[in-house]
Design a protein around this ligand. Structure first.
Ligand SMILES: Nc1ncnc2c1ncn2[C@@H]1O[C@H](COP(=O)(O)OP(=O)(O)OP(=O)(O)O)[C@@H](O)[C@H]1O
Ligand SMILES: [Mg+2]
Length: 281
């Protein structure tokens, strides 16, 4: 079970090394949001538009250090647009986007990535004609510490043995699940404090869905905070500390992941309507 994996002791960190947060406490059943961890990413009263069409309405989202935060919502609710806002690909018309207490609003995407935000975009977006190794090294393009980059590459191959087996293959020849792992490893090559993932399990076989979620929990256990968009609410909430539900650009529900998992409204909307049966009886 994913929840068990996420809460159990994890193997020694292959990511440990200079620059990584170390010694974060293991996730417990208590929501991390109740602790004193500092906000890492904050969206405050964000309003965004595509031309005349408003995509976000006073969006408030917070990811604290060490957390996995899941952003849930149906089609066209504004999940991917939220990722664009965080990565500087779309500028909000009003509101704040802060990372480590610093505004990201005047910065371009490369600068935001240098500040410590990694991205695993929707549909992976690897360079298909390049090898897996070349793709991974692209994730470290902003780094000049070549020796440490080589060490991190080794760590990635330990963390993702399947990627190691495919290291000289053209990325476009890999399966969806393998490509997802390459995309995660590529993002980690930038040594981010926060990784943003858009639908990391989309289109994957059940085996790879479990594997990818287990790896997200593992990466988080090693100190990398995670902000993930996911349609599979049940699975996403099993590994998350905190969740937000978006509906046509508005946050309609938020709270500790365990509470959301038990919430009848979430069950109605995303988990097969068991809550509806219960409330009706
Ligand atoms: N480039 C764009 N130009 C105009 N409108 C857009 C653009 N991208 C998204 N939108 C609109 O903004 C709204 C939010 O889209 P977004 O892609 O953020 O939703 P989503 O929650 O990620 O959906 P999905 O589950 O389908 O991935 C939708 O109404 C969509 O049509
Ligand atoms: Mg989307």
């Amino acid at each position: 079970m994913i929840a068990t994996v996420a809460r159990s002791g994890l193997a020694p960190s292959p990511l440990r090394g200079e620059g990584w947060d170390e010694g974060l406490p293991e996730r417990t059943t208590a929501p991390a949001s109740s602790g004193a961890r500092q906000p890492l990413l904050q969206l405050k009263k964000v309003n965004s538009f595509y031309g005349p069409v408003q995509a976000h309405f006073d969006l408030d989202i917070e990811v604290r250090k060490g957390q996995i935060v899941s952003l849930l919502g149906g089609n066209a609710s504004g999940k991917s647009t939220t990722m664009k806002i965080v990565l500087g690909l779309l500028k909000p018309r009003s509101g704040e986007v802060n990372f480590n207490g610093e505004s990201m609003l005047g910065l371009g995407t490369p600068q935001i990535i240098r500040k410590g935000i990694g991205s695993v975009p929707e549909a992976r977006r690897l360079f298909p004609a390049m090898t897996v190794r070349e793709n991974l090294l692209m994730g470290a393009y902003a780094r000049s510490d070549r020796k440490a980059v080589a060490e991190d590459l080794e760590r990635m191959l330990e963390l993702f043995p399947r990627v190691a087996e495919r290291i000289e293959f053209q990325a476009g020849t890999l399966s969806g699940g393998e490509q997802q792992m390459v995309a995660m490893a590529r993002a980690l090559m930038g040594r981010p404090q926060l990784i943003c993932m858009d639908e990391p399990t989309m289109g994957l076989s059940p085996l790879y869905v479990d594997k990818v979620l287990e790896l997200i929990a593992r990466i988080n256990g090693q100190g990398v905070s995670v902000f993930m968009v996911e349609q599979n609410a049940s699975l996403a909430l099993q590994i998350a500390h905190h969740g937000y539900v978006l509906q046509t650009g508005r946050i309609v529900l938020s709270g500790p992941a365990r509470e959301l998992l038990a919430d009848a409204r979430i069950r109605d909307a995303y988990l097969g309507g068991e809550g509806a049966a219960r409330t009706a009886s």
